[in-house]
Design a protein around this ligand. Structure first.
Ligand SMILES: O=C(O)[C@H](O)[C@@H](O)[C@H](O)[C@H](O)COP(=O)(O)O
Length: 260
């Protein structure tokens, strides 16, 4: 378990731009070292803000997009192309403007896909896809993601792991179907904490006043069932990327200000 590191940026926009630059560097380094890279995307405003910032920076061309594997931490279980799906929003923000290898873009199943409206079968299918991509040196039936990004909800949820609900209590499966999520839509597919913890690095994105309580709770030793973000950590690194508004309830001693 890696102790959380915190970086606090002046505002939401700068956090997105700085996180995008950080992701570019991480992917470029991974590709230089191993020839490819593997990243898990997150939905939500902060996650999509990072993708939009990345699309806008010339440095994006330093990434060999054809050698990048993209996965999702969660997905809203809706029909293909639904504007509310995380993959739809990621495509609009960035993916449709870079030369990805379609075979390396691993979207979670849609509710009109191969599993129909059976979200549990869809989750099992994605778990099988992850297991097929895992190598002998990986930690369990998921590939060693270089970076797994997670937006943090105001209630401290990450991916579609909501406080006290069954999905956050899962200790065996890597992907589960979520029923009755408090954040619409109610039916979702989500990585579980064991899958999240297989990542080399986990980055939690929390910007905006509405994340201040969640950040304070998750970083103050709360349990992962009550505060799922507290259970999201990487094997090598756990990084909280915040803005000053989201960090406003944190003890000042927890972080040096990254931006003036
Ligand atoms: O499907 C989703 O909604 C996301 O994956 C979810 O986990 C999101 O990241 C958080 O709810 C934060 O969302 P915001 O950044 O919009 O607050």
């Amino acid at each position: 378990m890696s102790v959380p590191q915190l970086v606090v940026h002046r505002d939401k926009e700068l956090m997105a731009q700085a996180a995008a630059a950080r992701l570019i560097t991480k992917v470029v380094d991974a590709q230089a070292a191993r020839g490819h890279a593997s990243v898990v995307l997150t939905g939500g405003r902060n996650g999509n803000g990072l993708l939009a910032a990345l699309a806008a920076t010339p440095a994006r061309d330093a990434v060999d997009w054809s050698r990048l594997d993209l996965w999702w931490g969660d997905e809203r279980f809706l029909p293909e192309g639904d504007p509310e799906r995380n993959v739809t929003q990621a495509r609009e923000a960035l993916l449709d403007s870079v030369a990805l290898d379609p075979a390396r873009v691993h979207a979670m199943p849609a509710s009109d896909g191969p599993y129909g409206d059976d979200v549990d079968a869809a989750a099992a299918g994605y778990a099988a896809e992850l297991a097929a991509a895992a190598g002998p040196g990986d930690h369990g039936p998921v590939p060693a993601f270089d970076v797994l990004m997670l937006g943090v909800g105001p209630d401290t949820h990450v991916a579609s792991l909501f406080p006290e609900l069954p999905a956050v209590r899962e200790t065996e499966r890597t992907v589960v179907g979520v029923h009755g999520a408090p954040k619409p839509p109610p039916t979702r597919v989500s990585l579980t904490l064991p899958a999240i913890r297989a990542a080399r690095e986990v980055w939690l994105l929390a910007a905006g006043e509405d994340k201040a309580e969640a950040a304070a709770i998750a970083l103050s030793g709360a349990g992962e069932i009550q505060a799922p973000a507290a259970g999201a950590y990487g094997r090598g690194r756990t990084l909280w990327l915040l803005d000053t508004a989201a960090a406003s309830l944190l003890p000042r001693a927890l972080y040096p200000t990254a931006s003036p």
